[in-house]
Design a protein around this ligand. Structure first.
Ligand SMILES: C[S@@+](CC[C@H](N)C(=O)[O-])C[C@H]1O[C@@H](n2cnc3c(N)ncnc32)[C@H](O)[C@@H]1O
Length: 246
């Protein structure tokens, strides 16, 4: 795919979408570095494919498919791919980006409600999405992931692991911390409030995912980001009070 293929006619929209997707890791004008961004996110997708062992018979889903750059690596291999996103703009982008691949479906979803049948997916992945989530987002989304995964199916997810946060790891923490402080200060003056990076403890993730019917089968840290694969071993068996509210 070349940089002349582009879903948005105006560059402001394109820039906003890209900044939401990759932050400022590629500078303030990421639309000028689209090929590098594609390539970098595609490499992330290749890692997901490797860790989940995605094969030609797998039906897969990407939660928070964003621009579809990560999705592409899986969609090229899987028999069927579902892109799930809460944002119509991102889904438009992905639809355009993956228009050369067959059997890709696009779902604009309500929070933690996927229009996908029970136990119909082999593998699910979500990159750079749960790093923004709070405990209850994990709870609701893991319940939904469990519902749509086949027994034995697996889920790849990334978190910023609060267990390994370290003030001496300046590169990993400084820019997020400054963004957080500045945005909170400017939001008091009416500025926009983006979704922050939200560290979440790997210990808490392991406990919650076990309670909801998963076992953790693989974890690897890259700096303070934990890449995790969990496998569905049973349904979530929710206590009555919780079943009543999800
Ligand atoms: C930072 S982008 C990551 C995109 C892509 N996964 C990647 O790694 O390049 C986050 C994406 O997740 C979507 N998103 C945020 N919260 C979501 C939720 N609760 N369910 C589904 N998608 C969500 C956003 O709309 C956006 O497209």
């Amino acid at each position: 795919m070349t940089s002349t293929r582009w879903y948005a006619h105006d560059m402001t929209t394109a820039r906003d979408v890209l900044i939401t997707c990759v932050g400022l890791n590629f500078g303030p004008n990421p639309e000028t570095r689209i090929d590098e961004i594609r390539e970098s996110r595609y490499r992330t997708g290749k890692n997901v494919v490797r860790q989940l062992k995605i094969s030609a018979t797998d039906v897969v889903a990407d939660i928070g498919s964003g621009c579809g750059f990560v999705t592409r690596a899986a969609a090229e291999i899987a028999i069927e791919t579902h892109c799930i996103d809460v944002s119509k703009e991102f889904l438009d982008y992905t639809r355009y980006e993956l228009s050369d691949i067959k059997n890709v479906h696009f779902h604009h979803v309500d929070y933690a409600k996927f229009p996908i049948a029970d136990e119909s997916l082999d593998k699910i992945f979500s990159t750079a999405v749960f790093i923004h989530f709070y405990y209850y987002d994990f709870l609701f989304n893991l319940i939904e992931v469990n519902r749509v995964l086949k027994p034995g199916g697996s889920f790849y997810v990334e978190i910023v692991d609060a267990d390994v946060l370290d003030l001496d790891n300046v590169k990993a923490i400084k820019s997020h911390m400054i963004d957080y402080r500045n945005t909170l200060r400017s939001s008091k003056q009416g500025g926009a409030r983006p979704r922050f990076i939200q560290p979440f403890s790997l210990t808490a993730f392991r406990h919650l995912s076990q309670q909801l019917g998963f076992e953790m089968v693989w974890v690897e840290h890259v700096s303070n980001v934990a890449q995790i694969v969990v496998r569905k071993v049973r349904g979530p068996q929710l206590p009555e009070w919780l079943a009543a509210v999800v």
